[in-house]
Design a protein around this ligand. Structure first.
Ligand SMILES: Nc1nc2c(ncn2[C@@H]2O[C@H](COP(=O)(O)OP(=O)(O)O)[C@@H](O)[C@H]2O)c(=O)[nH]1
Ligand SMILES: [Mg+2]
Length: 388
C-alpha cells in the first residue's frame, strides 16, 4: 500500500564541482548505517537503484577516501521519504517526502549541445517550479582559491545564475504570465564549509553581501517579473553553512588523503529547512505585507498544512485551516496572530509540545516540532541565518 505522504521539494543550484553529489550522498549515506538510526523515522530512497548509488558514494568516501565520479551537465532528481516509525494510522500522513533537484551550473553559461538537450533542460527546469526552497551553492574551494579577491568569483557566480534565469524565462513562463508556484526562498549556502573552520554563518553572510550584495539584488529583480506577488520572495535573506565531510587535502594533488564523514556541518538542517522554513516565512509575509491569498495558499499547500499539527489549540487550528484553503483578506487578517503563533513557536513551548508528542507516540507532530527545534539549534550554533 502506498504511504500517504506530505511532499516538499528543494532545488539545489551549483556549478560543477561545487559539491552537489557529495552533499546528497552524505545526506543519505549515513542513514543506512545502524549507528545513525533515528528514533522517530527512517529515511528511504524511493528509487532503490538511486539509494544504492548514493550509499556506494558514501562508503567510498568513508572507507577509501574516494570521492564520487564527476557528473558534469547532469541534472538529477532524487526522491526520499522520511517514513515515520510506528503505526500512524490515525494520522494524516505516514511520511514526508523530499524531492531533491540538482541543477548543474553549466546550464547557465553554456549553450545546450543539441535541440533535444535544450528541451530536456527546460523540462528539468520546470520541476523547479514545485520547489518552495532553492539553495544557491557557493563553492568554498573557489572562495579559497580567490582569497583576497572573492568578489571575482562571487559576482560571476551570481551573474551566471541570473543570466540563466533570464535565458529560461520565456520558455518557463510561455504565455502563462507570472507564476503563483515558484521557489520563494533562495538560500545562499556555503558548501565545503570545513575549509573555513573559524567561520560562522554571519562571517559568510557578511562576505557575500559585501562582495556581491548588488548582484544578489539584481538577481531578485530578475525573478520578480516571473512571479505573482513578488513581495513574497526572499533572495539573499537566508544563509547557511554546509560541509559534507571533513576533507583533508595534501599539497601533492587534488585527491584528498582523508575524508572524515562523521564530521558533517549543516546536513541535518536540510529536512528542517525544507519542511519548516516555508511555514515560518508565510507567517512573516502575512504579518508585514498584503500578499494575495492565492499566493499564500499555493505556498501553504507545501508547508502551511502542517501548522495544525503543531498545536493542540482547537480554535487556533480552525482559524488556520479556514485561512489556508479559501478565505478573503479580511478573515485572513484575523487569522494572522494564529498562524504566527504556530509557525513561530519557540523554546519552552516548543520543547513541551515535542515532549508531549513523543509521549503520545504522535511521531508526525514529534518530527515536525523536532525540525523546528533543529532550526533554532542551527541558528544558535551559527550555521543558519534566517531572515529577521
Ligand atoms: N572540503 C570539502 N570538499 C568537498 C566537500 N564536498 C565536495 N568536496 C570536493 O568537491 C569535489 C566535487 O564534489 P561533487 O559533489 O562531485 O560536485 P558536483 O559537481 O557539484 O556534484 C569532490 O570530489 C570533493 O573533492 C566538502 O564538504 N568539503
Ligand atoms: Mg555531481
Amino acid at each position: 500500500m502506498p504511504l500517504d505522504v506530505k511532499e516538499q521539494h528543494i532545488a539545489v543550484f551549483g556549478e560543477s564541482g561545487s559539491g552537489k553529489t557529495v552533499l546528497v550522498s552524505s545526506f543519505f549515506g549515513p542513514t543506512t548505517e545502524p549507528a545513525s538510526s533515528n528514533d522517530l523515522w527512517d529515511l528511504i530512497a524511493d528509487n532503490p537503484g538511486q539509494g544504492a548509488r548514493l550509499t556506494q558514494n558514501y562508503l567510498g568516501m568513508k572507507n577509501s577516501s574516494k570521492t564520487p565520479q564527476a557528473t558534469r551537465f547532469m541534472a538529477t532528481t532524487y526522491s526520499f521519504t522520511v517514513r515515520l516509525k510506528g503505526g500512524q494510522n490515525s494520522q494524516p500522513y505516514q511520511g514526508l517526502r523530499l524531492g531533491w533537484h540538482d541543477y548543474p551550473g553549466e546550464w547557465f553559461h553554456e549553450e545546450p549541445s543539441s535541440e533535444e538537450e535544450g528541451k530536456r533542460r527546460i523540462e528539468t527546469f520546470r520541476s523547479l517550479l514545485g520547489s518552495d526552497v532553492a539553495f544557491l551553492l557557493v563553492d568554498g574551494q573557489k572562495l579559497l582559491d580567490n582569497k583576497g579577491e572573492e568578489e571575482r568569483y562571487l559576482k560571476a557566480l551570481v551573474r551566471n545564475f541570473r543570466q540563466g534565469m533570464l535565458h529560461l524565462q520565456d520558455d518557463i513562463l510561455q504565455d502563462k504570465g507570472p507564476l503563483t508556484r515558484f521557489p520563494r526562498i533562495w538560500i545562499v549556502a556555503l558548501s565545503k564549509a570545513d575549509l573555513f573552520p573559524e567561520w560562522n554563518v554571519h562571517d559568510f553572510h557578511d562576505l557575500v553581501m559585501e562582495k556581491a550584495g548588488e548582484d544578489l539584488a539584481m538577481f531578485l529583480e530578475t525573478l520578480k517579473p516571473m512571479v505573482s506577488a513578488p513581495e513574497a520572495l526572499s533572495v539573499g535573506e537566508d544563509f547557511m553553512l554546509l560541509s559534507s565531510a571533513k576533507f583533508e587535502l595534501s599539497s601533492a594533488g587534488p585527491e584528498p588523503v582523508d575524508i572524515d564523514v562523521r564530521n558533517q556541518v549543516g546536513l541535518d538542517l536540510i529536512l528542517p529547512v525544507a519542511f519548516m522554513l516555508p511555514l515560518e516565512r508565510i507567517a512573516q509575509w502575512m504579518e508585514q505585507t498584503q500578499i494575495p491569498m492565492t499566493v499564500l495558499r499555493a505556498f501553504a499547500a507545501g508547508a502551511g498544512g502542517f501548522a495544525n499539527l503543531l498545536t493542540d489549540n482547537r480554535q487556533l487550528v480552525e482559524s488556520l485551516l479556514s485561512m489556508i484553503p479559501r478565505v478573503g483578506s479580511l478573515a485572513a487578517r484575523a487569522a494572522v496572530p494564529a498562524i504566527i503563533d504556530a509557525a513561530l513557536l519557540v523554546d519552552d513551548r516548543l520543547k513541551e509540545m515535542n515532549a508531549q508528542a513523543r509521549e503520545a507516540q504522535n511521531n508526525l507532530a514529534a518530527t515536525l516540532t523536532q525540525f523546528k527545534i533543529d532550526l533554532e539549534r542551527g541558528r544558535a550554533q551559527g550555521l543558519l541565518r534566517r531572515r529577521t
